[in-house]
Design a protein around this ligand. Structure first.
Ligand code: 6AU
Length: 262
């Protein structure tokens, strides 16, 4: 099954070009750490990208929290992604009709499709959303979508049925879907071409006071099937982000190496 396969063997069978590339980056850098760069100034994001870039495979943004967004910022971030060999994921969580998400993806101030490698979306509106995103992606070389299957937050409304139907929906869009955002390995057991991204990762605490739930790197990779774990505050709010990021990277990668042995 997926859990025993190496990332390099999965690169061979990935159907989405961005997923293929991401598997290769993970293997090359021995990193399955995604940084959630949830800070509100563009310089803070660029500083994180510069100092932590060597240790991560993906830098995840929420571009709508950036107070001083500019085209310059995007160009600098892209340059750092190239320099340190990581991919940029905009965690936009699209959730509207196809026509609207196509506009949100390509227009407005952010023009997300012009700079992201990966982007997140909800399946809630139905597959018209994927059709809309695909209209935009068709002119781009490599963009991969991550579909939300399950969330890390307390009381989310994504039932087993919702998650299963999400998997059915994405089956017809394997060229543009790179993976899923999920909390358990059940959905992609027989789909090693998809990448499981799992948020809610911290070395110690169990949650915040707004419903977020945390697990350790070992538990997420070995028990919950995470291929990539997302870490935000665990790193960016620590006293020494570089040292802490190295620790996350090492513990996540060791967990992956142990996982493929069994
Ligand atoms: O490590 P944290 O709690 O500081 O940050 C977790 C990051 C945030 C969330 O927007 C995101 O992960 N996230 C997602 C994603 C990636 O889509 C899904 C989810 O279920 N839970 C979650 O926290 O940037």
């Amino acid at each position: 099954t997926r859990l025993q396969m190496t990332f390099s063997s999965r690169a061979e069978i990935a159907k989405n070009e961005a997923a293929k590339e991401l598997f290769k980056i993970m293997e090359a850098k021995k990193s399955n750490l995604c940084l959630a760069a949830d800070v509100t100034k563009s310089d803070e994001i660029l500083n994180l990208a510069e100092s932590l870039g060597p240790f991560i495979c993906v830098l995840k943004t929420h571009v709508d929290i950036v107070e001083d967004f500019s085209e310059n910022f995007v160009n600098s971030l892209k340059a750092l992604a190239k320099k340190h060999n990581f991919m940029i994921m905009e965690d936009r969580k699209f959730a509207d009709i196809g026509n609207t998400v196509a506009l949100q993806f390509s227009k407005g101030i952010y023009k997300i499709s012009e700079w992201c490698d990966l982007v997140t979306a909800h399946s809630l509106p139905g597959d018209g959303l994927l059709k809309g995103l695909k209209e935009v992606i068709k002119n781009k070389e490599k963009i991969g979508i991550f579909m939300l299957t399950e969330m890390s937050s307390d009381g989310h409304l994504m039932s087993q049925d919702y998650s299963n139907k999400t998997m059915q929906m994405i089956a017809n869009y394997s060229d543009i879907v790179a993976g899923i955002v999920a909390q358990s390995s059940q959905f992609t057991e027989n789909q090693p071409e998809l990448i499981q991204l799992t948020p809610g990762c911290k070395l110690d605490e169990t949650g915040d006071n707004l419903g977020q739930k945390y697990n350790t790197p070992e538990f997420l990779v070995k028990e919950k099937g995470a291929d990539i774990a997302v870490v935000g505050r665990g790193i960016i709010e620590s006293k020494n982000p570089v040292e802490v990021a190295k620790t996350y990277r090492e513990r996540l990668w060791n967990s992956y190496e142990e996982r493929i042995k069994y």
